[in-house]
Design a protein around this ligand. Structure first.
Ligand SMILES: Nc1ncnc2c1ncn2[C@@H]1O[C@H](COP(=O)(O)OP(=O)(O)OP(=O)(O)O)[C@@H](O)[C@H]1O
Length: 237
């Protein structure tokens, strides 16, 4: 059953027309990746879904209900949580406060304690302020902040960007745990290996349009797509 349906949306920043008739659809429990180069429109698609950059035309439905035009807080409370590319961990708040704040915005959240089980590295950092965390720790807080909201749909915007390989491995395990709990995930990535490990299906974007959609196997086998749209040489694919 379709949980999130983006239908023919056009999104602008001021007069700048960024998304052109973007459509994508995700079934409940699916893990779908949105791939494409810098500036292809991946972040804008996610911002459109969560109400941060509402589309000027087209429709976005969540469980059949129109959400385009609702406020970001309303969309969040319905069960869609975004882990933004820039993480946005509040620098002056502690890990615990960052998690509690996110929890208070959700309609049916999980206990904060569960996040320390899922992210053991955060357990000893509960009282540390956001500004004193490493990039990897901030990413964990950002993901934990989304998960404490017990979202039905989790949007992850380039979660591996700037992370050391060992942290990427931890993150892969955590996302896999979430996937096993049947959370629906939309993941944007430039790290195609990370995306291919987790996702079943993918969309490729270029200049604000969807240029291909198919299974991860189909994308993996298409050297032309990888080279043209993802800057991945066939030797690395
Ligand atoms: N606030 C903004 N104002 C104007 N144009 C913007 C703004 N944010 C992004 N853009 C433009 O919109 C287009 C799509 O950007 P977007 O961030 O959605 O791409 P992306 O695929 O997520 O790339 P990245 O990996 O760099 O985040 C780009 O041309 C970008 O320059």
């Amino acid at each position: 059953m379709t949980i999130l349906d983006v239908d023919d949306i056009d999104t602008y920043y001021g007069n700048s027309h960024v998304l052109h008739e973007v459509s994508l659809s995700i079934d409940e429990g699916e893990v779908v990746t949105l791939l494409g180069r810098n500036g292809a429109g991946k972040t804008t698609t996610m911002r459109s879904v969560v109400g941060a950059s509402p589309p000027r035309s087209g429709s976005i439905t969540f469980r059949g209900e129109e959400i385009a035009g609702k406020s970001p807080d309303e969309i969040n409370a319905l069960g869609i949580s975004l882990v933004p590319e820039d993480r946005r961990v509040f620098p002056t708040l502690t890990v615990r406060e960052n998690l509690r704040l996110a929890r208070n915005l959700a309609s049916d959240p999980r206990p904060v304690e569960e996040m320390y089980e899922l992210f053991p590295a955060l357990d000893s950092l509960r009282g540390n302020r956001g500004r004193n965390l490493s990039g990897g720790e901030q990413q964990m807080v950002s993901v934990a902040r989304a998960l404490v909201q017990a979202p039905d749909v989790l949007l992850l915007d380039e979660p591996t960007e700037g992370l050391a390989p060992v942290i990427v491995d931890d993150l892969r395990e955590i996302v896999q745990t979430v996937v096993d709990e049947n959370v629906t995930v939309l993941l944007t990535e430039q790290n195609v290996d990370f995306a291919f490990d987790l996702a079943e299906r993918g969309y490729i974007m270029d200049t604000g349009q969807i240029v291909f959609d198919g299974t991860v196997e189909e994308i993996r086998d298409r050297d032309d797509l990888l080279e043209t749209y993802l800057s991945v040489g066939s030797a690395d694919a």
